[in-house]
Design a protein around this ligand. Structure first.
Ligand SMILES: NC(=O)c1ccc[n+]([C@@H]2O[C@H](COP(=O)([O-])OP(=O)(O)OC[C@H]3O[C@@H](n4cnc5c(N)ncnc54)[C@H](OP(=O)(O)O)[C@@H]3O)[C@@H](O)[C@H]2O)c1
Length: 259
């Protein structure tokens, strides 16, 4: 009898956890979920997992060979650009198939007032010179770019506290993990007298209510575009990627590759 297909799921997202949990009961598949270890209390799945970086592309290749990985699913956050690039390079080098399981970006609706920018530096610039009250929801790693816009007041929302603290003259830090409700987002933006929202275009439902709240309140949004990703099979739907994996899992796993 052939062994189960060993699937490495690169996670750190709800999508990765959902996929891992659905694969857990399948005897033809042995999934392992990988987390970067960025958040202090990550939600852990009921399947084997590992935490921490691999040590670059070479480290990932070595891990994949040692663990006899047959298939990699990149279910990282749309903005986890480096991990995605490493996965693409490592899979190319080892000839291990790679697929993306990700959420599509949000699309503008009637009433949205969006300025789309490439990165955090451009977002800081797009805030302009006139002091504004900014709701900043771009994650703690992007905060340093906003030191270039010290004339604004920032309401900064992150999951964990930024370390070191932001070098901004005027800000309030709000520690919270989504999902957030539309009513709460509207109440927060009104209470904080927010003039403008800055966000990554991360897609997904958990943080979309801030975009809806901005629309309802007539607040403009500066949105960072997601980086381009590898040209590999890409799925937005859990059932679709399960089908794709299932097709592969019922084939015999490829011969072990050289170590
Ligand atoms: N960027 C965001 O906005 C965002 C938002 C929510 C969640 N996340 C999640 O948080 C994690 C880190 O995001 P990031 O933007 O800092 O990533 P990144 O810049 O693409 O990756 C930086 C390094 O972190 C390690 N890493 C990232 N994801 C990993 C994973 N799933 N398993 C093992 N190592 C991983 C890798 O280290 P080595 O080079 O040592 O292998 C990678 O080179 C990712 O898992 C991502 O899905 C990111």
């Amino acid at each position: 009898m052939s062994r189960p297909m060993r699937i490495l799921i690169l996670g750190g997202t709800t999508e990765a956890r959902m996929l891992a949990e659905r694969l857990a009961g399948d005897p033809t598949i042995a999934p392992i979920l990988s987390l970067a270890g960025r958040t202090n209390n990550p939600a852990l799945p009921d399947i084997p997992y590992r935490i921490g970086g691999f040590g670059g592309i070479a480290g990932l290749i070595s891990y994949m060979r040692t663990e006899s990985i047959d298939f990699v699913i990149d279910a990282t956050h749309p903005f986890a650009e480096q991990m995605s690039a490493h996965a693409e390079a490592a899979c190319r080098e080892t000839s291990v198939p790679l697929a993306l399981f990700t959420r599509p970006p949000w699309m503008p609706c009637d009433g949205d007032c969006w300025s789309e920018v490439e990165n955090a530096t451009a977002a800081a610039l797009a805030l302009g010179a006139i002091p504004r009250r900014v709701f900043l929801t771009v994650g703690r790693l992007q905060l340093p770019a906003f030191a270039a816009a010290p004339m604004h007041h920032f309401l900064i929302r992150t999951i964990d506290a930024p370390e070191p603290p932001p070098k901004l003259p005027s800000y309030r830090l709000l520690l919270a993990r989504g999902p957030f409700s539309l009513a709460d987002e509207i109440a927060l933006m009104e209470a904080e007298k927010i003039d403008i929202l800055v966000s990554k275009n991360s897609g997904g439902a958990a943080t979309y209510p801030k975009i809806e709240a901005a629309r309802k309140l007539g607040i403009p949004v500066i949105l960072m575009r997601p980086p381009a990703r590898a040209e590999v099979p890409c799925f937005h739907d859990l059932e679709a990627i399960l089908g794709f994996i299932g097709d592969g899992a019922h084939q015999p796993p490829p011969e072990p590759r050289g170590v």
